[in-house]
Design a protein around this ligand. Structure first.
Ligand code: ZN
Length: 67
């Protein structure tokens, strides 16, 4: 099936029977991302994780204490 990367607008082809093709067919709103962009974003996410921004805060002032 013909796809276009939502990030870099590059045309691509994925096997009709691949899980991703099925997902896009079932939900047209689902967008395709080429491997390159996917990897780049995965790397960015990893870098952001490494900065500690997404570390869960476990302070005593959180409402988690209600449990
Ligand atoms: Zn791309």
């Amino acid at each position: 099936m013909h796809v276009r990367c939502v990030i870099c607008d590059r045309d691509g082809e994925i096997p009709d029977e691949s899980p991703e093709a099925k997902r896009i067919r079932n939900r047209p709103i689902h967008t395709y991302m080429c491997t390159e962009c996917h990897d780049r974003i995965a790397q960015k996410t990893a870098e952001r994780l490494a900065t500690g921004k997404f570390v869960f805060r476990r302070t005593s002032e959180s409402s988690e204490e209600e449990f």
